[in-house]
Design a protein around this ligand. Structure first.
Ligand SMILES: NC(=O)C1=CN([C@@H]2O[C@H](COP(=O)(O)OP(=O)(O)OC[C@H]3O[C@@H](n4cnc5c(N)ncnc54)[C@H](O)[C@@H]3O)[C@@H](O)[C@H]2O)C=CC1
Ligand SMILES: O=C(O)CCC(=O)C(=O)O
Length: 451
């Protein structure tokens, strides 16, 4: 058994009820053998044993009062995973499915993703099992204030800087920022994804979707190709999906399908991202009952709405597929359909949306597969740029931020590509991203002693 295999077994034993965490750790560690063979000092220093264990896990009660005057109690979490290269950094997820294992998987992924951005950010993730769907603005505000009342003890601009994720957007970040400021009497860049009038960065909203497309575009450019004339399908219609659709369309692609939790849309003329922006805003307005992607066809009567599992998008013939919803939403049978229909590229906008057997199938069948920790790093990279602007007390223009984002995504593509080549794994962006992300964190941990 190799060192990595031994640690995978230990992680399975110790975290038996956390399948997503086991999946994420396995996916990273099983690609590290060539690096670990070259660096026996990592094993001597117990590096992997330390890397798979979060530095700190905080779990807390979040009591709040709903509009009917009833007391509600949710669970809040922050997983401060690894601070070897900078303050903990990563989003907050508000979703009824949230539990510790989910946040450990997301925090673990974040460590390598943040390293790939080349910015000084460690990895963390947090959230709650609170379900924002169907809640009024008032309820969302009270929940966010209660959540931040406890979280504020553990975070800070040089300690841990949360942001958004599923169920947490500009509105929630605003309420949490307001509460932090009130409790600490400090106006600092403690959260990213803030509103523009109070320290937010231009282009942060668009950054993850744009970044995904910039990464894919760099791959195409290096293969004498481009988005021009390519058919694209997207899973999801939230923040990441909307701006991936906008950018892919701007670069000459045609996005013909996208989805939400209740169904999916096919638009042969190309999805109009503006309609999706409006539906998204309506869903998040606090009056979201009855709002769904079905409303897309009100404005585009020639489009089709399918009231069935959004994974239906994977059956639509395409050149490029962009899973932008959430983990484990592209299964083996979906991968088989994509390959059979001639898909050549799968770029993960979401975190770990492709199951391991689907990933293997795609890669074995010649599909260029871009893992989320590399391809969706544009969001957190732009959060890093927001932190820089906050420290400088300056705001950069949209163009400045966007051009830095483009540069970062190109560099991430080449870092993953180069690392894969160096270890004889050309074209394996999963291994390349894991190795490149790992090495920086590993070397920082080695330099800092056994901590
Ligand atoms: N927002 C960001 O900056 C970043 C987000 N991500 C990841 O991207 C993914 C999407 O995040 P956002 O767009 O921010 O969230 P969002 O809440 O804005 O959108 C999520 C989308 O996924 C769909 N969805 C949710 N649950 C689903 C399910 N069980 N099955 C099928 N579809 C489902 C929703 O209908 C929605 O269209 C997540 O995996 C997130 O962790 C990754 C990097 C940065
Ligand atoms: O911008 C951030 O700090 C969070 C981004 C995030 O949660 C992610 O990359 O999955």
């Amino acid at each position: 058994m190799t060192y990595a295999e031994r640690i995978i077994e230990q992680v399975k034993e110790k975290n038996a009820n956390e399948p997503e965490f086991i999946q994420a750790v396995t996916e990273v560690l099983e690609t590290l053998d060539p690096v670990l063979e070259k660096h026996p000092e990592y094993e001597e220093a117990g590096l992997l044993e330390r890397l798979v264990e979060p530095e700190r896990v905080i779990q807390f009660r979040v009591p709040w009062v709903d509009d009917q005057g009833k007391v509600q109690v949710n669970r809040g979490f922050r997983v401060e995973y690894n601070s070897a290269i900078g303050p903990y950094k990563g989003g907050l997820r508000f979703n009824p499915t949230v539990y510790l294992g989910m946040l450990k998987f997301l925090g673990f992924e974040q460590v390598f993703k943040n390293s790939l951005t080349t910015l000084p950010m460690g990895g963390g993730k947090g959230g709650s099992d609170f379900d924002p769907k169907g809640k009024s603005n008032n309820e969302i505000m009270h929940f966010c204030q209660s959540f931040m009342t406890e979280l504020s003890r553990h975070i800070g601009p040089d300690t841990d800087v949360p942001a958004g994720d599923l169920g947490v957007g500009g509105r929630e970040i605003g309420y949490m920022f307001g509460q932090y400021k009130r409790l600490r009497n400090e106006f600092t860049g403690v959260l990213t994804g803030k509103g523009l009038p109070f320290g937010g960065s231009l282009a942060r909203t668009e950054a993850t979707g744009y970044g995904l497309v910039y990464f894919t575009d760099e791959y195409l450019r290096c293969h004498d190709d481009s988005f021009e004339g390519k058919t694209v399908v997207v899973h999801g219609s939230g923040n990441v999906a909307i701006y991936a659709i906008q950018k892919a369309t701007q670069l000459g692609g045609k996005v013909v399908a996208c989805s939400d939790t209740k169904g999916w849309v096919y638009d042969a003329e190309g999805i109009d991202y503006k309609i999706l922006e409006n539906i998204y805003a309506a869903k998040r307005s606090g009056h979201d009952k009855g709002v769904s992607l079905a409303m897309y066809t009100d404005e585009r009567p020639n489009a089709e709405y399918h009231a069935e599992d959004g994974r239906g998008v994977w059956g639509v013939p395409c050149d490029i597929a962009l899973p932008c919803a959430r983990e484990n939403t592209l299964h083996l049978e979906d991968a088989q359909k994509l390959v059979a229909n001639g898909c050549k590229i799968v770029g993960e906008g979401a975190n770990m949306p492709t199951t391991p057997d689907a990933t293997t199938y795609l890669m074995e069948n010649g599909v260029a597969f871009f893992p989320g920790k590399a391809a969706n790093a544009g969001g957190v990279a732009t959060s890093g740029l927001e932190m820089s602007q906050n420290s400088e007390r300056l705001s950069w223009t949209f163009e400045e931020v966007d051009s830095k984002l483009q540069g970062i995504m190109k560099n991430i593509y080449h870092a993953a590509d180069d690392a894969a080549r160096e270890y004889g794994l050309e074209g394996n962006y999963v291994a390349g991203a894991n190795i490149a992300g790992f090495l920086k964190v590993a070397n920082a941990m080695m330099a800092q002693g056994i901590v």
